[in-house]
Design a protein. Structure first.
Length: 248
């Protein structure tokens, strides 16, 4: 067994959770899917939604939003894929969604604590309710930011970085690019990883990014361990979305 696979198994044994659902683009490389399964997680593979741009049409962070105990889903997508969401409390939205920006970013708001960083005019109204709004120009706010903790993010977006810093959030600025997203020149850092306990699991090898060392150090400073799921694989933007149902 490789050292990386052994580390994956160790994570699966140490993470204590209630019900956890990890949503993943069904087109994700099989090697990454298998690495996730070694954590003890069976990812829910999402099919494309024709209303979104093809390259990101199955990205969970553009299809779903965790409202904190319930999952917000486009009604049309839910009706076409109902069995994928069996047992998950859902809120359905009829918010406009389309391939053209910003009609594709309805779900892509970044929530830090009770503060929502988003493009309000394009965001699903269900997400806006009960939260303090901090408007930003970047419609892909969640994609553009890797949330390490509720008070620490990694981003290449200067507008979000400045807005977050002004609110006392710890921010690591990285250079754009160096993340694969077939169909685009590059992907966003927010879609490359998901938090598993106190470990941030990256789709690929974090060391392939020129700021990988700085990202790992920033994670450590904030009590989180950076873990590469597949060694020597370039980072891939997969638009991860993790939904953790609150224990009853």
């Amino acid at each position: 067994m490789s050292r990386n696979k052994q580390r994956n198994k160790e994570l699966s044994l140490t993470f204590v959770k209630g019900r956890l659902s990890l949503f993943l683009d069904e087109r994700a490389p099989r090697q990454l899917q298998d690495a996730i399964r070694t954590l003890g997680i069976e990812p829910i593979l999402l099919p494309p939604f024709p209303r979104l741009p093809a390259a990101v049409s199955a990205h969970p962070d553009l299809l779903l939003h965790d409202l904190g105990g319930k999952l917000l889903i486009y009604r049309e997508y839910y009706e076409a894929n109902r069995t994928l969401f069996d047992g998950i409390p859902a809120v359905l939205t009829d918010h406009t969604v389309d391939k053209s920006y910003p009609a594709d970013v309805g779900m892509d708001a970044l929530c830090l604590g009770n503060t929502l960083y988003c493009l309000p005019k394009a965001t699903c109204p269900e997400i806006l309710q009960g939260r303090e709004l901090l408007p930003v120009r970047q419609g892909y706010a969640a994609c553009a930011c890797l949330k390490v903790t509720e008070n620490a993010i990694v981003t290449a977006d200067s507008g979000i970085a400045d807005a977050a810093k002004a609110r006392g959030v710890s921010v690591l600025r990285i250079r754009p690019g160096f993340i694969e997203l077939p169909g685009y020149d590059y992907g966003f850092i927010g879609g490359t990883a998901f938090l598993f306990g106190d470990t941030l699991c990256f789709a690929g090898d974090l060391s392939t990014h020129p700021d990988g060392g700085a990202i790992a150090d920033f994670c450590k400073m904030n009590g989180v361990t950076a873990h590469s799921l597949v060694k020597e694989m370039p980072l891939r933007d997969l638009g991860f979305l993790k939904y953790n149902e609150k224990a009853m």
